[in-house]
Design a protein around this ligand. Structure first.
Ligand SMILES: Nc1ncnc2c1ncn2[C@@H]1O[C@H](COP(=O)(O)OP(=O)(O)OP(=O)(O)O)[C@@H](O)[C@H]1O
Ligand SMILES: [Mg+2]
Length: 267
């Protein structure tokens, strides 16, 4: 079995399709012998599709309330359109990509998070065996953030929507990844004075959420970093708009963004 380190990379919807260099970097990392796993979002495209079908959408605590009709769109957009476009783009760059969702192979098993949110999953268990088999066969898995209902130790015929950041954190933890990296549309985490923070301890990161300095879409990223840091995974939030930020982070540990090191005490 290959021992090359696993890197879980979450690509934000906000940087997706903006012709950035992330996909090139992923292919380069795969060539160098790393084992990258991609988790993608797609919130913007889902909202566009829901709007064009006049399906109302609302968010509670940053999570999309997902009724049965919305779920069909979420599934079609995430596991279909976005997932397959990413696979095609990586393949065209010479990468060996394979697209799947968290519902495939029982990868991400969930229960319903909160009836108020509808078909939104809370991750109960990750079974990463299939991903490891794909990685060892030289594939770059591209994972759509969906889960399959897991009740009384059995899989049920129900797919649920999950926040992509949360999926990335749980996969990184389950796979004991070397890195969990979030590519997003800001230069890392800003502190209360608005300046970018290069490094945060777990305590500091949790305090920024508590104070409301970290809000909205940044909350699940920070929580995912804290989760993955329970193992030996190094975590960071990176400015995906900067060319080759992903390569710089993995190869040199230098990048525009914030490292969250939960194991460390504050300064
Ligand atoms: N303290 C903070 N520092 C930096 N950004 C913050 C902070 N608090 C909240 N944010 C917001 O978090 C956003 C990033 O999360 P967002 O969910 O919008 O992007 P994404 O997850 O990369 O994309 P998507 O959700 O479309 O997949 C930033 O654009 C910013 O508005
Ligand atoms: Mg987001």
């Amino acid at each position: 079995m290959s021992e090359s380190p696993i890197i879980v990379v979450k690509i934000g919807g906000s940087t997706l399709g903006s012709h950035d260099t992330t996909l090139e970097d992923l292919v380069a990392l795969q060539r160098e012998g790393w084992r990258p796993v991609v988790v993608h979002g797609g919130g913007m495209t889902i909202s566009e599709w829901l709007n064009s079908r006049a399906i109302p959408t609302r968010f509670v605590r940053g999570l999309r309330v997902t009724d049965a009709e919305s779920l069909r769109v979420v599934l079609a957009v995430l596991a279909g359109l976005i997932n397959k476009e990413l696979v095609a783009a990586i393949s065209a760059l010479g990468g060996k990509a394979i697209g799947l969702s968290g519902a495939d192979g029982g990868l991400v098993r969930v229960r319903q998070l909160d009836p108020e949110l509808g078909y939104v999953g809370q991750i109960e268990r990750v079974d990463g065996d299939m991903l490891v088999a794909l990685l060892d066969a030289g594939y770059l898995p591209v994972v759509a953030p969906l889960g399959i209902l897991w009740e009384n130790q059995r899989l049920r015929s129900q797919i649920l929507n999950i926040n992509a950041d949360t999926v990335a954190g749980e996969l990184a933890f389950a796979l004991a990844a070397r890195w969990l990296l979030f590519l997003t549309d800001v230069a890392g985490i800003s502190g209360s004075d608005g300046s970018s923070l290069a490094r945060l301890s777990g305590q500091e990161a949790a305090a920024l959420i508590e104070q409301g300095t970290v809000s909205g879409g940044m909350i699940p990223k920070v929580e995912a970093c804290l989760r993955a840091s329970e193992g030996d995974t190094r975590t960071a939030i990176i400015d995906g708009r900067q060319p080759h930020a992903l390569l710089a982070a993995v190869q040199r540990g230098e990048f525009p963004g914030t490292i969250i090191a939960a194991g460390e005490e504050g300064p």
